[in-house]
Design a protein around this ligand. Structure first.
Ligand code: NAD
Ligand code: ZN
Length: 251
């Protein structure tokens, strides 16, 4: 076991309340592309623009065309070793709070119980005109399946009133869900160990969360590439998350 992995393991063993910020990098090993790494969405199919709310309002068809294949990969995805290791950490008796920037539901699928979705989720869509809510995992299975197929095909889903539906994910230009953000801030302020996993720490205010930690808390960054906060961390590991987290696993 490398020195870095054993240091991480010791920090996990000694921690009682762990606050975790996760980003798209924890889900790439489940087959969902991230935004900013070499194979990320921004370098291939799209630009930051399609996730901008004013762009969506003007060209919803452009957003859905781009989003279709991503949506398909998210629906099909299964939790990987990284998600499972975090769920196991919680089962080991430690308090683990996950603030995620992801919209893929994989922490919940892995069994983590305290997950705050800072950028919303894909479980619901809301009509831009009348505000009606459509659930993708609700009781109306038939309607949900039709919607899911439309999304995967890159088509614009519409409300019964004719209005455009928007997934309840946070676009650039929109605010974060207040409860998820407030609860995350509280968790980061009271944690004795803070982890930032698979995030370029470039999207605010989520990237600000580790800075809310107590002076006595330890801070660990695990990310394939360097981040702007590497200099402030007690431990930085530039390696694939699934491997690192399963090697450092405690029970
Ligand atoms: P990002 O794309 O900016 O950064 C991801 C980071 O993860 C990169 O620095 C990359 O080097 C690293 N990484 C990729 N694979 C890794 C691996 N296997 N092990 C370790 N590190 C790895 O993502 P972000 O910081 O989360 O911010 C982008 C925004 O994109 C967020 O707002 C999020 O809502 C959204 N997003 C979500 C998903 C998802 O739900 N899975 C996917 C793409 C984008
Ligand atoms: Zn409507």
């Amino acid at each position: 076991m490398s020195y870095q992995i054993s240091t991480l393991k010791n920090l996990l063993v000694g921690a009682r309340h762990i606050a975790v910020l996760t980003g798209a990098g924890i889900s790439t090993e489940s087959g969902i592309p991230d935004f900013r790494s070499p194979n990320g969405l921004y370098r291939t199919v799209t630009s930051e623009e399609v996730f901008n709310i004013s762009f969506f309002n003007r060209y919803p068809e452009r957003f859905y065309q781009t989003f279709g294949p991503v949506y398909r990969s998210i629906v099909d995805a299964r939790p990987n070793a990284g998600h499972l290791a975090l769920a196991a950490l919680e089962n080991s008796g430690r308090e683990v709070t996950i603030a995620t920037q992801n919209i893929d539901n994989l922490h919940q699928k892995a069994g983590s119980r305290t997950v705050y979705e800072l950028h919303g989720s894909l479980r619901t869509l809301t009509c831009r005109d009348c505000g009606r809510l459509y659930q993708l995992d609700g009781k109306e299975a038939e309607a949900a399946r039709e919607l899911t197929d439309l999304l995967a095909a890159g088509k614009v889903p519409r409300c019964a009133c004719g209005g455009v539906l928007k997934p309840d994910i946070v676009f650039f230009g929109e605010g974060l869900p207040e409860f998820a953000l407030g609860a995350s801030v509280f968790a980061f302020e009271s944690a004795d160990l803070v982890l930032a996993l698979g995030t370029s720490l470039g999207v605010y205010p989520a990237a600000e969360l580790p800075n809310r930690r107590d002076r006595s808390a330890r801070f660990v960054i695990i990310n394939a590439e360097p981040t702007p906060q590497d200099d402030n961390a007690d431990l930085v590991i530039h390696a694939p998350l699934g491997k690192v987290l399963s090697e450092a696993a405690i029970s």
